[in-house]
Ligand binder design. Structure first.
Ligand code: 5GP
Length: 120
């Protein structure tokens, strides 16, 4: 599998500070910010700072430090958003997964009862 990273994607622009974001948490390897079109009371996107297009790319090529930093951000977002009653973590991937932004991101969605995972 070849992963071709486009540094003009919107999350790359957010990482470079060219587009503002509402930051929830940041560390050396990851940034978490509120989704611009929230689907629930809690809807946060967590992205690595490195140039990875998707979950499988990140899992294959990110260093242990990058992966640990990302997972630390997941823990902090869950703590800061108080999703103690549960949440859904989603990483839409490429065409079948209907991924719109080609920079790896994990959605953390919660704050209300969610529907079943897949509708069709
Ligand atoms: P995807 O379909 O790629 O999994 O989801 C991309 C997400 O990024 C969508 O939920 C969309 O609302 C969000 N998004 C797109 N552009 C921006 C932006 O400029 N700022 C923020 N905060 N979220 C964005």
């Amino acid at each position: 599998m070849e992963y071709d990273y486009d540094d003009q994607n919107i999350f790359a622009k957010i990482l470079r500070g060219e587009i503002p974001n509402k930051t929830v948490y940041e560390n050396d390897h990851a940034l978490a910010f509120h989704d611009i079109q929230p689907q629930a009371p809690v809807h946060v996107l967590i992205i690595p700072k490195g140039p990875y297009v998707s979950l499988d790319h990140f899992a294959r090529d990110a260093s242990p430090d990058e992966q640990a930093g990302f997972m630390q951000a997941v823990a902090e977002v869950c703590r800061l958003t108080n999703v103690d009653d549960g949440f859904r973590a989603i990483s839409n991937t490429r065409t079948h997964g209907v991924q719109d932004v080609p920079h790896y991101h994990m959605h953390i969605i919660g704050g209300r009862q969610l529907g079943r995972m897949l509708q069709d």
